[in-house]
Design a protein around this ligand. Structure first.
Ligand code: IDP
Ligand code: MG
Length: 149
């Protein structure tokens, strides 16, 4: 099973959308293996988004991501990295179709509610950046065979 790193950004927390978004991910059948409610230090936000350093939106992005608590998570599922990118919708919510998290619930790129890893390497890097091994649970769920054969 593949794992991905997800984050409900400060706007999702402030708008009371954690339950709505987690409900969609749970209903899909993906399995949570780690969760932490935290305020991201500036240095960690900069490392997480290192690929965007130097771009015009970078300072605003770091300010946004450190402006309040976030929910950082690791979830597991069959082809979950691409699956979650589809469920999230495009980076700009105005390009994200209805039915996606960003398409249904957000208006602007700078307030797009959720982060999800974009590939296996970034998932590994991001999981290691935010979690220790003992914070990640390997657990069996009795419903697993009803989601994946
Ligand atoms: P992603 O989150 O869909 O992977 P990226 O291009 O990796 O999109 O950008 C990371 C995050 O940076 C976006 O989710 C968004 O919060 C922010 N961002 C990207 N481009 C812009 C922009 O043009 N204006 C404001 N924020 C931006
Ligand atoms: Mg990205």
């Amino acid at each position: 099973m593949e794992r991905t790193f997800l984050m409900l950004k400060p706007d999702a927390v402030q708008r009371g959308l954690m339950g709505e978004i987690l409900g969609r991910i749970e209903a899909k059948g993906y399995k949570p293996v780690a969760m932490k409610f935290m305020r991201i230090p500036k240095e960690l936000a900069e490392r997480h988004y290192a690929e965007h350093k130097g771009k015009g939106f970078f300072p605003g992005l770091i300010e946004y991501m450190t402006s309040g608590p976030v929910l950082v998570m690791v979830w597991e599922g069959d082809n979950i990295i691409m699956g979650m990118r589809s469920m999230m919708g495009k980076t700009n919510p105005q390009d994200a179709p209805l039915g996606t998290i960003r398409g249904d619930l957000a208006q602007q790129t700078g307030r797009n509610l959720i982060h999800g890893s974009d590939g296996p390497e970034s998932a590994k890097r991001e999981i290691e950046l935010f979690f220790n091994d003992y914070e990640i649970q390997d657990w069996k769920r009795s419903l697993d065979p009803w989601f994946t054969e």
